[in-house]
Ligand binder design. Structure first.
Ligand SMILES: C[S@@+](CC[C@H](N)C(=O)[O-])C[C@H]1O[C@@H](n2cnc3c(N)ncnc32)[C@H](O)[C@@H]1O
Length: 322
């Protein structure tokens, strides 16, 4: 027997955020839901694209400066907490340097993707046999609660990949406030910022000719169809992305090439999507060094050092909670 909408099991949070986003003008969708297992797999493909300079720039930074970062961190035991850890490939470079310096720590990756956390446990477990790893499958905000409850030790928080740039500005403010409240004086934050650069270089990183970034963003629409019982016609859906220098952000969206009336079982509601109406899927904010230092000061941190790649495309900033 076919189940009615009320007896289906839907993720209510997902359904309500999609409902809100499709009911507003301009329309938008919650970026973090791009990362189901397929989204995480596609992101790994993006990281290998020649146009996606962010991963290589940050890998260069960590290869060059992990020893220096390790020597700053002192002798006492700590938690190495990573928010939105992804595949942890770059983090492995830092972990290697920390172990070489005989640091005592446990690694706590936090990620919304179950697949990412499982893969991390396996990969890093294999690479660093005796390292305690406590993977947490959760949203950033829930992850912050873990930090607050485990603050007997010093916390070193990693927020790499310029993940900070994917928040809407009001969420970024809330997140930074909460992160700062969770940390205590003497804790560190190593935070990655993608720096403002040639607009074309940025644009290409989010609009690759092979179409991987398009598949990544459209994966969110497939997920809505599958998990919320919606009926977007995927044959008509397309992806577009451009850098907006006035707002210092790359803006990615999906759109339909014809008018669609979308029914969503989870909300038992119809939504009208006009032809070529943009539905925002992701912002990626870019920063100047001055922007990052203003942010450090605003949220109670002292900026200790900037570690930049050779082209100054990216910085990993080390901040100390004051
Ligand atoms: C752009 S990727 C970067 C991954 C990694 N930090 C890197 O630099 O390669 C973003 C990662 O954050 C995770 N993520 C996105 N939004 C999240 C949220 N709200 N809470 C927890 N994890 C999130 C995704 O699953 C993904 O693994």
């Amino acid at each position: 027997m076919k189940k009615s909408a009320s007896t289906e099991k839907y993720d209510l949070q997902f359904a309500s955020e999609v409902d809100k986003g499709l009911s507003e003008h301009p329309k938008h969708l919650p970026t973090r839901f791009i990362y189901d297992d397929e989204g995480s797999r596609l992101f790994e493909e993006i990281m290998r694209l020649p146009e996606y300079y962010l991963t290589r720039a940050e890998q260069e930074i960590l290869s060059r400066y992990s020893g220096e970062i390790a020597s700053i961190l002192g002798r006492e035991k700590f938690n190495l907490i990573e928010l939105g850890a992804g595949n942890g490939e770059k983090t492995a470079t830092l972990i290697k340097a920390l172990l070489k310096e005989k640091k005592q720590f446990r690694y706590v990756p936090i990620d919304i993707s179950v697949g990412a956390i499982d893969a991390l446990r396996q990969d890093l477990g294999r690479q660093f046999g005796s390292l305690p790893i406590e993977g947490i499958h959760s949203d950033y905000f829930e992850g912050l609660r873990w930090i607050k409850e485990h603050s007997q030790r010093r916390n070193i928080v990693l927020f790499l990949g310029s993940n900070i740039g994917n928040f809407q500005l009001d969420h970024q403010h809330l997140f930074m406030q909460k992160l700062s409240q969770c940390l205590k004086p003497g804790d560190y934050l190593l935070i990655g910022f993608d720096l403002i650069k040639d607009y074309e270089v940025i644009r290409k990183a989010y609009f690759d000719p092979a179409g991987v970034t398009a598949r990544f963003n459209l994966n969110l629409i497939r997920r809505i169809n599958r998990e919320l019982g919606a009926n977007f016609n995927m044959d008509e859906m397309a992806y577009y992305s451009a850098y907006n220098p006035y707002k210092k952000r790359n803006e990615a969206c999906v759109y339909s090439k014809c008018r669609q009336i979308i029914y969503m079982k989870a909300n038992n509601k119809n939504y009208v999507l006009e032809a070529f109406e943009p539905v925002n899927t992701e912002y990626s904010y870019k920063y100047s060094i001055a922007d990052t230092e203003r942010m450090a000061a605003e949220y109670g941190f002292g900026a200790i050092a900037h570690f930049r790649d050779s082209r100054a495309f990216f910085t990993d900033a080390l901040w100390l909670r004051k």
